[in-house]
Design a protein around this ligand. Structure first.
Ligand code: F6R
Ligand code: ZN
Length: 184
């Protein structure tokens, strides 16, 4: 078989920064159309300069069976209307591909749902690991006032399926009510 060269990578754990990443995904507010309950508030945010919403930093590996993709996801703090900033969320194209998240910084929830309508919210803060089992779509939500940064690992060939999420969203949304967090 074709052997890949092993490699190491450094994460500054205090800052939660992956050094020497070679793949970088950026999503701004304008990538989030259709995802928030208050579409007008999102439109306003886009008009006001379309701020950075979240980024993914990776040490790229082949997107093939046997490999493991890993990297950092960094979600900015903020709200659209009263709804906390979140990622789009996705199923994996190979739906039985699971994923592990380790929270390095910030506070938030991993929202997970199934095509059958099950929905769970798992709390995340520094040091907490969330296991996303096979078949669960997953979306990160930042309920804090600093970036929510997680380290993730998932099968190399898993792929992303944004499927029904843009039309149907998740059964639960997470709102900022004063200084309270409400999961509805
Ligand atoms: C990979 C994974 C994360 C997300 C990232 C961006 O399977 O779950 O790396 O890709 O948090 O979220 P999406 O892809 O939903 O925009
Ligand atoms: Zn995933």
């Amino acid at each position: 078989q074709l052997l890949m060269e092993p490699f190491g990578a450094d994460i500054d754990l205090a800052e939660a920064v992956l050094k020497d990443y070679n793949a970088h995904l950026v999503r701004k507010a304008s990538s989030m159309k259709g995802h928030y309950a208050d579409a007008d508030a999102l439109e306003k945010l886009i008009q006001q300069g379309d701020p950075l919403h979240y980024e993914v930093f990776e040490k790229a590996v082949p997107q093939e069976t046997g490999h493991l993709q890993f990297g950092l996801s960094k979600l900015q703090p903020g709200t659209v209307g009263e709804e906390f900033f979140m990622t789009k969320g996705h199923y994996h194209e190979i739906p039985e591909a699971a994923e592990v998240y380790l929270c390095l910084r910030g506070k938030g929830y991993m929202l997970m749902k199934t095509t059958e309508g099950e929905c769970r919210a798992e709390y995340m803060e520094r040091g907490r690991v969330v296991y996303v089992p096979p078949y669960w779509a997953h979306r990160s939500v930042n309920v804090g006032d600093e970036p929510l940064i997680t380290f993730y690992v998932y099968p190399g060939d898993a792929g992303h399926n944004y499927g029904d999420i843009e039309e149907e969203g998740f059964p639960k949304r997470i709102y900022k009510r004063g200084d309270k967090v409400e999961i509805l």
